[in-house]
Design a protein around this ligand. Structure first.
Ligand SMILES: CC(C)(COP(=O)(O)OP(=O)(O)OC[C@H]1O[C@@H](n2cnc3c(N)ncnc32)[C@H](O)[C@@H]1OP(=O)(O)O)[C@@H](O)C(=O)NCCC(=O)NCCS
Length: 175
């Protein structure tokens, strides 16, 4: 948890950040969120906002794009509530809503928008500026809409976040 240009990460209540994670600069984490081993998150040339009860799993990289003449806001990284980001994902300058599962190894690029209640298959690549519509499964590289989510999968989006809140509480209790 390091300072960059006077800005240090800000954590909500009951967050868990693994000792091996590298978290620098303008980053905030909502209550009950968790950051697992070997995550690298750099809020240096823009900011990163992570909501409540969201988990960012092992080896995931979070980064942003700077402001420029062509793109005055640059691309911050915004992640909502109850989001599960699986192992070894790359989220770069994109916007994710609430109750989303990002499958292991997925890549989401600048300006992409993932609406609420979306399941992204393992290994998917979401190209710059693409919008993933609420209620669907997306797979592949480039990611395409595969089918509407089943009720069990919609329920699992919420359950996955609950599971990780419980797991991080276990870890916190051992500190
Ligand atoms: C995509 C996923 C949800 C399965 O969806 P599904 O509709 O039940 O898919 P099925 O297993 O019935 O397979 C249907 C087809 O999709 C293919 N497929 C499955 N997962 C895929 C993926 N991630 N990317 C591309 N194709 C995939 C299967 O090989 C199969 O192809 P075929 O018809 O040519 O044989 C699942 O494989 C997945 O990627 N889950 C993510 C798990 C994860 O990363 N969790 C985070 C851990 S913390």
């Amino acid at each position: 948890m390091d300072l960059y240009k006077g800005k240090a990460p800000v954590l909500g209540k009951n967050c868990y950040v693994d000792d091996s994670a590298v978290i620098k600069g303008d980053i905030s984490l909502g209550d009950d969120s968790s950051i697992w081993p070997l995550v690298a998150a750099r809020g240096d040339v823009n900011f990163i906002r992570i909501g409540e009860r969201t988990n960012i799993q092992d080896g995931t990289v979070l980064h942003v794009t700077r402001k420029s003449d062509n793109n005055p806001d640059g691309h911050p990284l915004l992640i909502g509530d109850d989001v599960t980001v699986g192992h070894k994902c790359m989220l770069h300058g994109c916007k994710l809503g609430n109750r989303i599962l990002v499958g292991m190894g997925a890549i989401i690029m600048d300006g992409a928008i993932v609406e609420d209640d979306v399941f992204i298959g393992a290994g998917a690549l979401v190209p710059p500026g693409k919008t993933l519509q609420s209620g669907y499964l997306y797979v592949g590289s480039p990611a395409s809409q595969s089918r509407p989510l089943r009720q069990a999968e919609l329920d699992f989006l919420k359950q996955s976040a609950v599971n990780y809140v419980e797991l991080k509480d276990d870890y916190l209790s051992q500190l």
